[in-house]
Design a protein around this ligand. Structure first.
Ligand SMILES: C[S@@+](CC[C@H](N)C(=O)[O-])C[C@H]1O[C@@H](n2cnc3c(N)ncnc32)[C@H](O)[C@@H]1O
Length: 220
């Protein structure tokens, strides 16, 4: 069954008068697989993008990996980023839903099939300053391919950063191992509760962490 959820940003005491609050509408389908549902990690990452809005203004290039319902990427686009929303290229219903949500919210984004660890032609032209990933550290069998794609994008765009939110499930040792394998370093690690406003905290179940990850130049 399809439903539309609304997600608001700004409009609180910390939003200055010049900064307009806005709402993003997300089309969800609870009966479909996981790419058609707004996961708590997505709510946390979208809120972080909003709070870090200066980094996302002025046409900065952003790619969201495994975007699913794409809330963080849509917030970045609303803030003025040039956003490419991506998901597994075999998930045509997810990619079609992204296009519908761009139309619904009157937001311009590129929508692209991008399967982690696969090197189709369009990935070579992506030079993002920020790569976003909400709950993409989900299935340990995909971790190596995900980090391969992240490392490729960071190499393709010097100074770029991968910002990810993830549940503290098992697999932490694997993440640490793969970060070394792909010459990545964590530059920031925070608990989502440290920045999520009280009004959104009930959407967050369990422990969610946010990591900012960059290339570790000292190892190359
Ligand atoms: C747990 S969902 C998170 C969706 C969305 N980011 C959110 O937080 O609401 C994982 C997402 O990763 C995508 N995904 C899974 N395996 C993938 C792969 N090998 N390549 C690209 N995307 C993949 C899924 O289609 C899905 O949209």
């Amino acid at each position: 069954m399809t439903s539309i959820s609304s997600h608001s940003f700004g409009g609180d005491d910390q939003t200055s008068e010049e900064e307009e609050a806005f709402t993003i509408e997300i089309i969800e389908n609870m009966e479909e697989e996981y790419g058609m549902f707004v996961w708590p990690c997505s709510i946390a990452l979208a809120e972080y993008v909003w709070q870090q809005r200066l980094r996302f203004s002025g046409g900065v290039s952003v790619v969201e990996l495994g975007a699913g319902t794409s809330l963080p990427g849509l917030v970045a686009a609303k803030l003025g980023s040039y956003v490419t929303l991506t998901d597994n290229s075999t998930r045509l219903e997810v990619l079609a839903n992204m296009k519908r949500m761009c139309e619904l919210n009157k937001i311009n984004c590129q929508v692209l099939g991008l399967t982690w660890g696969e090197w189709e032609a369009p990935i070579f032209s992506l030079k993002p300053k920020v790569v976003l990933g909400a709950d993409v550290l989900y299935d340990t069998k995909d971790f190596d391919n995900l980090f391969a794609t992240v490392a490729f994008l960071l190499h393709n765009s010097p100074g770029a950063v991968f910002i990810a939110t993830y549940h503290n499930r098992s697999g932490h040792h694997l993440i640490e191992y793969l970060m070394v394998k792909w010459s990545l370093k964590c530059t920031k690690l925070v608990d989502a509760y440290s920045f999520i406003p009280f009004s959104k905290a009930s959407s967050i179940i369990g422990t969610i962490q946010l990591a900012e990850i960059m290339l570790d130049d000292s190892t190359t």
